[in-house]
Design a protein around this ligand. Structure first.
Ligand code: NAP
Length: 489
């Protein structure tokens, strides 16, 4: 490392934006590194991010719980292999409390502007609060802004209607005729979550999904006690699951890999063996390759959609009317409740916050074509502004917690350089970002996500906006910054 400049080591002030998984992690890591001036800005009234926002019935995480938790905070109490959403939310609240994060959070106020001026970031909130910090860590999430479908007459619906991420718990599902639009991971979990409660359930499918079979056993009291007694058991389990995920993710980035063949065979056998009615089976059969869209892992979707009160509608939606959903075959599907499980605007990232970097450069302008960042973390001319789970990163079937931990370990090395006074402004060079992006686009063309389907992974050019290399390469990249890729001032 370069020698300490005359400015010397300095106290840094941080703003973390978002108190979800990545924001909590940031606050803990910064505190552990000895930084005391850390404010976490959270627009909602409590932390939790996606686990606070999503409360739909059937919510769980399809990454096994012993992997979907912080490496430094294993949890012997996970109830299931894939634990339900409320348990995950409680986990984050507990970890945040245990590590003193909650006290650093400023709840109920939204950062609306971040402007870099005079070597610092000037933040403004919706309530008119101003703050001045040296470093911004944007932990604003990926799947955050609900995407509402553009369907004729949607607003005319006479019953209750909400997006899956805005579940209205005051609406009774018991005895109701419920329609669900969408067949993503969310919709599939909702189907299983409500099929036994609704009088009738109608799933409006625009695109069929491949479903990877899985089981979700509960941990026994004895197993949980053993985890609590001996932390190595949890560590071993975590490592095993991580290895499996690595193998799967390495397979997905190579459309011709043996892992992909295995995944396809498992999904196909699941469809053939689990769905008895031939007509339903054909309507559930996708016409693209497994894992091209985000793979669905479900122990019970096929069983749920075959229940007598469940119906799969594949005729395209023509419009919504006060009484229900009208499909192209002319049928009106009468409904009391309509759930829009139609996904998220995935290219927003830190926006709609107005971010203004060096020399008045606006992020909206920098991203006028599409979001780009060097290694998903840093944007040229936006010094000391670092993103977690930013554009084009590993967002396939991974634990985003592991991704965020690796990214933060990397960001902390940039931050240490600022703390040591070796540099006052750090951001990636345009050249480094452009070169990496060109290689990424080329590599993305060999992945399974490029094999011909519509998915939220694809950008406006139809190129997967994700990390297209092995996860081991991501780990290696995150181990240490290549300093030549940065402009250090
Ligand atoms: P999504 O994967 O984007 O799915 C949206 C669904 O809505 C698709 O089936 C889409 O159909 C359908 N849709 C959108 N507009 C429509 C329209 N106008 N008419 C008819 N159908 C329409 O969203 P998501 O299910 O919320 O999942 C998003 C991501 O969240 C997942 O891929 C996953 O990464 C994450 N997630 C993870 C878990 C977990 O357990 N880890 C659980 C839930 C979600 P098309 O397929 O035809 O476009």
């Amino acid at each position: 490392m370069a020698a300490v400049t005359e400015s010397g080591p300095r106290e840094l002030r941080f703003a973390v934006i978002g108190a979800g998984m990545a924001g909590i992690l940031s606050a803990i890591t910064l505190k552990d590194a000895g930084f005391t001036a850390v404010t976490v800005y959270e627009k909602a009234d409590r932390l939790g991010g996606t686990w606070r926002e999503n409360t739909y019935p059937g919510l769980s995480c399809d990454v096994p719980s012993h992997l979907y938790c912080y490496s430094f905070a294993p949890n012997p109490e996970w109830s299931h292999l894939y634990s339900p959403g409320p348990e995950i939310q409680a986990y984050f609240e507990r970890v945040a409390e245990d590590h003193g994060v909650t006290a650093s959070c400023r709840f109920g106020d939204e950062v609306v502007r971040c402007e870099f001026a005079d070597g610092r970031w000037h933040l403004t909130t919706a309530h008119g609060v101003h703050d001045e910090v040296d470093v911004v860590i944007a932990a604003t999430g990926v799947l955050h802004h609900p995407r509402y479908p553009d369907i004729n007459g949607l607003d005319s619906f006479g019953g209750a209607m909400f997006h899956s991420a805005r579940w209205d718990h005051s609406v009774a599902i018991e005895g109701a005729r419920v329609g669900i639009i969408g067949t993503g991971s969310t919709a599939m979990q909702i189907v299983s979550g409500i099929v036994d409660r609704a009088q009738a359930l109608t799933l409006f499918q625009r695109t069929a999904q491949w479903v990877m079979p899985t089981v979700n056993p509960a941990y026994t009291a004895e197993e949980r006690a053993a985890f609590a007694r001996d932390g190595r058991l949890m560590e071993d389990l975590r490592n095993q699951v991580a290895q499996l995920f690595d193998a799967v993710s390495d397979g997905i980035i190579d459309a011709g890999s043996p892992q992909m063949q295995m995944i396809e065979e498992l999904c196909l056998a699941n469809l053939e063996n689990s769905v008895t009615d031939p007509d339903l089976r054909e309507r559930l059969r996708p016409d693209y390759r497994a894992a091209c869209k985000r793979l669905i892992l479900s122990p019970d979707f096929y069983a749920s959609i075959q229940k007598p009160n469940a119906a799969l509608v594949t005729s395209p939606i023509e419009g919504v009317e006060p009484g229900g959903v009208r499909t192209a075959d002319g049928e009106l599907h009468e409904l009391d409740v309509l759930v829009l499980a139609t996904g998220f605007k995935v290219d927003a990232f830190v926006r709609p916050i107005s971010v203004v970097g060096r020399a008045g450069r606006e992020l909206d302008q920098a991203w006028v074509d599409r979001p780009e960042a060097y290694l998903s973390i840093s944007v040229p001319d936006f010094p000391n502004f670092f993103m977690l789970n930013g554009p084009n990163g590993p967002v396939g079937n991974f634990s985003l917690i592991e991704v965020a931990e690796l990214q933060l370990g990397y960001i902390m090395q940039l931050v240490e350089r600022l703390r040591a006074g070796e540099s006052r402004q750090i951001s990636a060079t345009m050249e480094a970002m452009t070169r990496l992006e060109a290689a990424r686009v080329e590599a993305a063309k060999n992945t399974i996500w490029s094999t011909g389907c519509r998915s939220w992974y694809l950008d406006d050019r139809g190129i997967p906006a994700v990390w297209p290399w092995p996860f081991s390469q991501f780990r290696a990249e995150m181990a240490e910054p290549k300093w030549e890729a940065y402009e250090l001032r």
